[in-house]
Design a protein around this ligand. Sequence first.
Ligand code: SF4
Length: 401
Amino acid sequence: MAVNTENYPIPITEIEQSAFCQTDEKLTSKSLEEEFNAGVRWQKLPVSYMRKTPDELDNNIRHAREILGSKVVILGHHYQRDEVIKYADVRGDSYKLSEYAASQENVEHIVFCGVHFMAETADILSSTKQNVILPNLTAGCSMADMAQTDDVLDCWEDLNEIISKETVIPITYMNSTADIKSLCGENGGIVCTSSNAEQAFEWAFERGSKILFLPDQHLGRNTGVQMGIDTDDMVVWNPFKLNGGHDENDLRKAKVILWQGHCSVHTRFTVEQIEQARKTNKDVQVIVHPECTLDVVKSADHVGSTEFIKKMIADSEPNSTWAIGTEISLVNRLSKENPDKKIFCLDSVVCPCSTMYRIHPAYLSWVLDGLVEGVIVNQIKVDENTRKYSRIALERMLSLR
Ligand code: SF4
């Protein structure tokens, strides 16, 4: 899913990131046909679904859901728009949802309202008899797209040649393709989430002297700094340059090699936004996600995963004020769910994750209608070999507890 631009390939998912950014507060779904007017390249649907109004889709979805009953479970990631998350049987971050999917042995169909790597993880962790469905196949993740399998394999080969006397342990963030998880599983590595990255680093340093961290350089750097590793001991591997853009000695000296990937949503937050929030809001507390840059993380009062942010806000004092550095659909929802607190997004431009936003109710309606008719559309199936090794890397993560 990559296009060639002047210097190097940028994932389409990254290019389309700003398609639905706006400056007013309203982020309400239109018909799918109208949303296509933003020039996005999403999966095409039959015209009848493209033109259905939000109310028609709502009736359709509720009707199909009733017929399907306990055969189906709908999972909704926290970053999904309100018009989709309202149908979710369970809400959560990627790991919580995959774990839930794995525990639902009697459910035939798992409809994952999230992005591609999440549906893959649910398929890996669930039974082979279950079907995992992603309502819109183009709902990828720009960060996961930044670590293409061939580039990572090249990096892995080069690194092991250069650093032949030491052991490099690969760690991949959950937000990566099944191929990358499998590469980690096959080569003594592990998967991590934003809440257990530190434990995964400890696990890796017990087994090797260096870490290759994929694909989010910011989560990797923030975790390293948190553990007392100097930024001078971390290098960023640029897949478009020879040896990642480093001379061999630098790579031999480095403790952590960070893949040059980032989240298009969380890197929008800046220290200036934090300063502005503090200037205009007395006693504001700033909380950000660890996919933000190091300077933002250092300036914030709190840093943590999506679930951590949710909990910290829920447990906070009434009348407290919060500036949040994470995806806007979640920030808006937290604001609605905590009416006794003042909650706002650090970035005044309303900018949803463009790939999460690709799950429009029309897609959900279409896949559910298919199931009612006995037709499985948009199934996500990870091949046997990839499944085997990625499961090993995921199970190593589970053993961290
Ligand atoms: S918020 Fe960032 S990491 Fe999460 S799906 Fe969107 S682009 Fe990917």
